[in-house]
Ligand binder design. Structure first.
Ligand SMILES: *Cc1c(COP(=O)(O)O)cnc(C)c1O
Length: 412
C-alpha cells in the first residue's frame, strides 16, 4: 500500500461522517467513485420506499384527501423549514417549489420592486459576470421588464460598481465552474451600504457549507435541491425571503397558491403572509416528497461537520493529484485558500473532454465544463478519502495515457 493509500485509510477511520455512506444507494462496480454530486446528488436509501408509499397509498388510495390528510398542501413551507437550518435561516422564511431559474426571476423582480418603494429612481441590476448562465439570462429579461440596465460585474469589482442607481444585485455564492466561494457577508454588506437588495444563488453551497443567511442579513436567496441536498433529478428549488421583507415581497408570478385565501377563489389578488407568498401554482408533489425523504439524512448531521470534511477531502485530492499527476499536465483553478473554496475542485487540462470520458469509463465520475475544465464535486455525506485517492490515481493514469497518445500522434 502506498503512503497516500495508508493516509486515506487513516482519514476514513477517523471520519465521523463515514457512517452516513450507508444511507445512500451505492454505485455498481468495483472502485466506482462518484464525484458529481454537485450536479446530481446520490440517491438516499429512504427515498424509493417513501415514493412508493406516496404513489400507492397517498395518491392511489387516499386520492384527493391527501392534500389535507397527507400534508401535501403545506409541503412547500414544511420542507422549506427543513432546509432552513442548513442555510442558517430561522423557520418561516423558505418555501420550496419551481426551478431555481423561476425562483431567480421571482426574487430579482421582487428585489427591484422593493428597492423602488423607497427610491423609484433606482434603475440598475448588477449581476455576477461569471454566473451560471441561467441567472444571467433571467436577469437580462428581468432588467428589460423592469426598465433597468443590466450591469455584469465580477464580485471583485464590488463595491466599485455599486451606487445609488443600484436596485438589486444577483450573485452566485460558489462559482459553478471554478469552485470559488465568494464573500457573502462582505458583498451583502456592500449592497446594503448603497441601499440595494441582494439575491444570492446558493446552488453550490446549500448542503455543502454554512451559509448564514439570517446572520449576514441576506435579503433574498434561491437554491436548488438536487445537488448537495440529494433531492433527485429536477427536484424543486427553494426561495428565501427574510422575515421583515416578506410583507414587501411583491411577486411577479402571483399564482393562486400564493393567495391569502387560495380556496376562496376570489377574483381579486391578496397575497398570503409569510413564506407562502413565494409560491406560484400547484406543487409537484412527487418530487417534493422525494426531496423531503432525502433530507432525512441531515437529521443527525451539522453543516459545519460537512464543511470540515469537504475541505479535508478537497485538500487531500489536491495532495494526491500533485503526487500522482504528470508534472504540469493539470492546473487547479479552484482557490487554495479555504475561505475561497466551495466543495469542488476544478482542474484545467488539455483535452479535458476526452480525459473525462476515459475517467467515466473507468468508474470515476466527474464532469467536463467547456472549454477545458475537469470538475470534481465532493459530497461529504457519501464520498470518502479512499475514493479520493483512487480518483486521483485513475486521473493520473488517464493523463499519462492521453499524453502518450498525443506524442505518438494517435490521439487528440
Ligand atoms: C445548477 C444551477 C442552477 C440550475 O437552475 P435550474 O433552474 O434548477 O435548472 C442555477 N444556478 C446555479 C448557480 C446553478 O449552479
Amino acid at each position: 500500500m502506498s503512503e497516500l493509500e495508508l493516509k486515506a485509510e487513516k482519514l476514513d477511520a477517523a471520519d465521523e461522517l463515514a457512517v452516513k455512506r450507508a444511507e445512500f444507494v451505492r454505485e455498481e462496480g468495483d472502485g466506482a467513485v462518484y464525484l458529481d454530486g454537485n450536479s446530481l446528488g446520490a440517491l438516499p436509501v429512504a427515498v424509493p420506499g417513501r415514493i412508493e408509499d406516496v404513489v400507492r397509498r397517498e395518491w392511489g388510495e387516499l386520492r384527493i384527501r391527501s392534500w389535507t390528510e397527507s400534508g401535501w398542501w403545506t409541503a412547500p413551507e414544511r420542507i422549506g423549514d427543513r432546509i432552513a437550518p442548513l442555510v442558517g435561516a430561522a423557520a418561516g422564511q423558505i418555501v420550496v417549489g419551481d426551478s431555481t431559474s423561476v425562483n431567480v426571476f421571482k426574487a430579482l423582480v421582487a428585489a427591484v420592486r422593493m428597492a423602488r418603494l423607497t427610491d423609484p429612481g433606482r434603475n440598475e441590476i448588477v449581476v455576477d459576470a461569471t454566473t451560471f448562465p441561467t441567472d444571467g439570462y433571467i436577469a437580462e429579461s428581468a432588467a428589460r421588464m423592469t426598465g433597468c440596465t443590466l450591469r455584469p460585474a465580477i464580485p471583485s469589482e464590488v463595491p466599485g460598481v455599486l451606487g445609488t442607481r443600484t436596485a438589486a444585485v444577483l450573485f452566485n455564492h460558489v462559482d459553478y465552474r471554478t469552485g470559488r466561494l465568494h464573500d457573502l457577508p462582505m458583498l451583502t454588506a456592500a449592497a446594503h451600504l448603497v441601499g440595494a437588495y441582494v439575491v444570492w444563488d446558493l446552488c453550490h453551497s446549500a448542503g455543502a457549507l454554512p451559509v448564514g443567511l439570517d446572520a449576514h442579513g441576506v435579503d433574498l436567496a434561491v437554491g436548488c435541491t438536487y445537488k448537495y441536498l440529494n433531492g433527485g433529478p429536477g427536484s424543486p428549488a427553494f426561495l428565501y425571503v427574510r422575515e421583515d421583507l416578506q410583507d414587501l415581497f411583491d411577486s411577479p408570478l402571483p399564482g393562486w397558491n400564493s393567495h391569502a385565501e387560495p380556496f376562496g377563489m376570489r377574483p381579486d389578488y391578496e397575497p398570503a403572509p409569510g413564506a407562502p407568498r413565494g409560491r406560484v401554482g400547484t406543487p409537484d408533489i412527487l418530487s417534493m416528497l422525494a426531496l423531503e425523504a432525502a433530507l432525512e439524512v441531515w437529521d443527525d448531521v451539522t453543516v459545519e461537520a460537512v464543511r470540515a470534511k469537504s475541505l479535508a477531502l478537497t485538500d487531500f485530492f489536491l495532495e494526491c493529484v500533485e503526487a500522482y499527476a504528470p508534472e504540469g499536465r493539470v492546473e487547479c483553478v479552484t482557490p487554495r485558500a479555504h475561505r475561497e473554496r466551495g466543495s469542488q475542485i476544478a482542474l484545467r487540462c488539455q483535452g479535458a473532454g476526452d480525459v473525462m470520458e476515459r475517467l467515466i469509463g473507468r468508474g470515476v465520475v466527474g464532469d467536463f465544463r467547456r472549454p477545458d475544465v475537469l470538475r470534481f464535486g465532493f459530497a461529504p455525506l457519501y464520498v470518502g478519502f479512499a475514493d479520493v485517492e483512487r480518483a486521483a490515481r485513475v486521473l493520473a493514469d488517464v493523463l499519462a495515457e492521453v499524453s502518450t497518445e498525443v506524442s505518438a500522434g494517435t490521439g487528440a
